[in-house]
Design a protein around this ligand. Structure first.
Ligand code: ZN
Length: 294
């Protein structure tokens, strides 16, 4: 029996130009209605810039019972920011989100899971800013950002910040983030079910979907930073996405919002980033391509 799954969404905008039609409000209205019908509340990681441009939408998300959390201010991966800018932008994103949502914000997710050994400086800044948990580590090799060797179940950084690593299924040494929107949408349900059935019972299971995945009517465009192949995969089975997500929760049940999941965790193992953790980071840098994975 799988542990329940928490619904999480990364609220971001991949259009390359503001001249392109924004469908965010309509898509989110339909998604919020359907989640409400299904009795699903979860955690929505919001890009600060979108909070500034769509405050009424953010207030609707909060009023529907979802937890609001931060997903950067401009959806820039951590390695492209310096600590100073990272601190300023995420302070601002958190303050804005608390103001618009009317509740304390304690969760952070790095764009594209870009918390890796070379960006581990971000951990102390997150704790200083008042975040209590992060959901930013892909604990496996990845063509984007990954941290092979990081624990795959929840752990504490040395400063006490809780990390909820991305749930993965290992298949022949390859890590599949089986609850990621792309994987739920594109792979057979059997893969996702195998991931859930074999998950370590200590794992906090969560999806990470994106609004555009629920929008089959959107005109095709190449995602910002995505490239053509990722953009084509991004079009695949948008029509069937809601049904796929519904089956995740029919199979597993609805887990608590991540802030509550963290509050309910008992003693957690600690994990200290290696002082010379730059080897993995450098390797990741060589392999890295920009793609809208999270
Ligand atoms: Zn993202």
């Amino acid at each position: 029996m799988s542990p329940p799954v928490t619904f999480t969404l990364d609220l971001e905008d991949l259009r390359t130009s503001p001249a392109q039609e924004s469908r965010l409000e309509g898509v989110m209205d339909r998604l919020l209605d359907r989640l409400d019908e299904l009795g699903i509340t979860g955690t929505v990681f919001c890009v600060g810039d979108l909070v500034r441009r769509h405050p009424a939408l953010i207030a609707r998300i909060a009023a529907a019972g979802h937890e609001l959390a931060v997903h950067g201010f401009h959806h820039v991966p951590l390695d492209l920011l310096d600590p100073e800018r990272f601190k300023r932008q995420n302070h601002d994103a958190r303050a804005l989100l608390e103001d618009v949502g009317g509740a304390e914000v304690v969760g952070f997710r790095a764009p594209q899971f870009s918390l890796v050994p070379e960006t581990a400086w971000a951990v102390d800044i997150l704790a200083d800013l008042g975040f209590r948990y992060s959901s930013s580590v892909m604990p496996a090799p990845s063509p984007l950002y990954g941290w092979p060797g990081a624990p795959a179940t929840p752990f504490r950084w040395p400063n006490g910040l809780v990390e909820l690593p991305c749930p993965i299924l290992l298949v022949r040494g390859r890590a599949i983030p089986f609850l990621g929107g792309t994987y739920v949408r594109v792979l057979p349900d059997a893969v996702r079910r195998r991931g859930m059935a074999t998950a370590d019972p200590r794992t906090v299971l969560w999806t990470y979907c994106h609004p555009w995945e629920f929008d089959p009517g959107e005109r095709f465009y190449v995602f910002e930073h995505g490239g053509l192949p990722a953009s084509v995969v991004g079009r695949t089975n948008r029509k069937g996405m809601m049904a796929r997500v519904e089956r995740v929760f029919a199979d597993a049940g609805v887990g608590p919002r991540l802030a509550e999941a963290v509050a309910g965790l008992g003693e957690l193992p600690g994990f200290r980033p290696p002082d010379d953790g730059t080897t993995t980071g450098a390797l990741q840098g060589m392999l890295r391509r920009r793609a809208p994975s999270a």
